[in-house]
Design a binder for this molecule. Structure first.
Ligand SMILES: [Zn+2]
Length: 181
């Protein structure tokens, strides 16, 4: 766990971004979904909510084992559902909430889908490294270096509650739980 308060991370030299009360409410919903994922066989405790105009348009939790689909991360599940619900492939104006910092795949999917804003709970420093596929590259670099320069990222919303869902940086997860080996 880091001591950083919520809303202090932003890519590059951008000013710190503040989380809103609505951000905390939608993250609370993402937390509920993550807890549901934790209770569901073949799923994992990562939750995601996509909000447009103050309304949830799609949500989901990780369904990788459930679907036998390594791309069925919570964010991918929610992005696919949002596209289907809205009948379009671009999610301009939407905010994506995830209980855990999105991985490289989900960060890129957020960029490709033109999501406006990304808000996450636990960050890379708050959890065990097994949750990320790359040892050194911070997936936020994808946003930092994207052609799009206008995607704000807010980290640490309900950080403590979100981090509690995962193995901590110094925990020793059992080998079968180490998904990136
Ligand atoms: Zn992912």
């Amino acid at each position: 766990m880091t001591d950083a308060p919520e809303g202090t991370a932003s890519p590059g030299a951008r000013p710190a971004l503040a989380a809103t009360e609505a951000d905390r409410e939608f993250m609370a919903r993402a937390l509920e979904l993550a807890q549901r994922g934790d209770r569901t066989e073949g799923a994992s405790p990562i939750g995601c909510v996509i909000v447009l105009d103050g309304r949830v348009v799609a949500e989901g939790h990780n369904e990788v084992g459930l679907r036998h689909d390594p791309t069925a991360h919570a964010e991918m599940v929610a992005i696919r559902r949002a596209g289907a619900a809205l009948g379009r492939e671009e999610l301009r104006g939407a905010t994506l909430y995830s209980t855990l910092q999105p991985c490289g795949m989900c960060t890129m999917a957020s960029i490709w889908s033109h999501i406006d804003r990304v808000v996450y709970g636990a960050g890379r420093e708050d959890v065990h490294q097994m949750y990320f596929e790359d040892r050194h590259l911070d997936t936020m670099n994808f946003i930092r270096d994207a052609y799009r320069k206008d995607m704000p990222v807010i980290e640490g919303v309900l950080r403590t509650e979100c981090a509690a869902l995962y193995y901590g940086p110094d925990d020793e997860p059992p080998a079968e739980a180490q998904t990136n080996l």
